[in-house]
Design a protein around this ligand. Structure first.
Ligand code: FAD
Length: 410
């Protein structure tokens, strides 16, 4: 009988769970997942946990195939040369195959006072911190949300719907990745909720104190609690471990998600930079990337060459409180179309997709063989993008093609 390989997944988010379940279908692998918490965190619901409408944690036994071993710990170093992981507890773990799926978190704000006084919303602990700090607020105390990307929009709407006076600072624009028509729909919903949106360069926060926020144009806002959602980054584990990363610290891979340094290591989710050109950080890309990373491992273990594949995202969905939402449709290169569904229908679609994500993970846990049926939508434009001037050089990196049009779009 051929040798059994130890496959270890670092990080049990959307990408890591999908990869672990898919790998568990192989009799040639033992599968271990390392994650710092004993529960799966539905990160896409953390704004609801912060405002108390949803728990957002699920026991791993509900989303992981029974044969996947869970180790509750944190990987502190990947020692690729000796095929081992160092864990925070002092334990060392051997690996033959590694899936790097450590996700993302809020970047430390550089604005004076923000790191001390503002509250981020990217992890379970930050979400609980925000909830506790909201509980101790007097009624009518003003809140400020800094950053109007999707997380800022979702949390600001959730807070406003609960009756808090909210100001959303959209210094970089309201929903910059959305179509202007979708932005108008969102702006109207904020009006209905009684929330104030301040847009434009003058609305950038330049200093934060315990009870106020100072703006670039000199205005000062009274703010009993300031929520900071401007900027996400990734853990620096890959960089600290001497692996090739992009400027943000994402692991640089080929289009089959294989590390450019070591073909036993693949990456998936927010922490992966295929061809140095990462996808938008989102659950919608993390899951198919988890499936693709697992496929690459399975092909290599079977002695076959992995296929580079590009991924197309169908759009993005945002909640605007519990009673409204928007579903933004996009082209296959992730640029937004005018077409979107707003209001109550938008909320129903958003809730359906969010709830369906968890149903999907639970179903995969019981029937991990279903995962290959998750057809990856292909993005033909990514091939063109990678072939464009300034794109990563064409050629074989760690055994599979980068910048090879056929390899990208099959
Ligand atoms: C409030 C909020 C709302 C969002 N809404 C949406 C949405 O509507 N739609 C959407 O598509 N996306 C949304 N996102 C983004 C989405 O949550 C992320 O893009 C997605 O979770 C990425 O999945 P992942 O598997 O790459 O990483 P994660 O889900 O972040 O999981 C990574 C896991 O790795 C663990 N980990 C980290 N370091 C280590 C280590 N050293 N050792 C072991 N384990 C480690 C982490 O603890 C975590 O459990 C939202 C995010 C937030 C914060």
């Amino acid at each position: 009988m051929s040798r059994i390989h130890d496959a270890v997944i670092v990080g049990g988010g959307y990408a890591g769970v999908v990869a672990a379940n898919r790998l568990s279908t192989s009799p040639a692998l033992t599968v271990t997942l390392v994650n710092p918490r004993p529960s799966f965190v539905e990160r896409i619901r953390l704004h609801q946990r912060a405002t108390g409408s949803y728990d957002a944690t699920v026991p791993y036994r509900e989303v992981l195939a029974p044969s996947v071993r869970l180790i509750v710990d944190t990987v502190t170093r990947i020692v690729a040369d000796s095929s081992r992981l160092e864990l925070a507890s002092g334990v060392e773990l051997h690996f033959d195959r590694l899936v790097y799926a450590v996700g993302s978190h809020a970047a430390t704000p550089e604005v004076p006072g923000a790191a001390e006084h503002a509250i981020a919303l990217s992890t379970l602990e930050q979400s609980d911190d925000l909830r506790h700090r909201l509980e101790s607020l007097p009624a009518g105390a003003p809140l400020t949300v800094v950053g109007a990307g999707s997380t800022g929009i979702e949390v600001a709407a959730e807070l406003a719907e609960q009756g808090h006076p909210v100001t959303l600072l959209a210094g970089g624009g309201l929903g910059p990745s959305l179509h202007p028509s979708t932005r108008r729909t969102i702006a109207r919903q904020f009006e209905r909720l009684g929330a104030r949106v301040l847009s434009g360069p003058g609305a950038r926060a330049v200093a934060v104190q315990a009870d106020r926020v100072q703006l670039a144009d000199g205005r000062e806002l009274s703010s009993a609690r300031t929520v900071w959602t401007a900027g996400f980054t990734v853990p620096d584990l890959a960089r600290r471990s001497g692996l090739t990363t992009d400027a943000s610290g994402r692991l640089v891979t080929d289009e089959a998600l294989t590390s450019v340094d070591d073909d036993r290591i693949v990456a998936a989710g927010d922490c992966a930079a295929p061809s140095g050109r990462p996808y938008r950080m989102c659950c919608a890309s993390a899951q198919p990337l988890g499936a693709l990373a697992a496929e690459t491992v399975l092909l290599r273990v079977a002695g076959d060459a992995p296929r580079g594949r590009s991924l197309a995202l169908p759009g993005q969905c945002l909640s605007l409180g519990r009673r409204a939402g928007v579903m933004q449709l996009a082209r296959r290169d992730d640029t937004s179309l005018r077409t979107h569904v707003g209001g109550r229908p938008g909320a129903l679609i958003k809730e359906g997709i969010t709830a369906g994500t968890l149903v999907g993970l639970r179903t995969m846990a019981r029937r991990p063989g279903l995962i290959p049926a998750m057809k990856l939508l292909q993005d033909p434009r990514r091939a063109a993008l990678l072939a464009a001037p300034g794109a990563p050089a064409s050629g074989s990196v760690a055994g599979s093609p980068v910048g090879d049009v056929t390899g990208l779009t099959d």
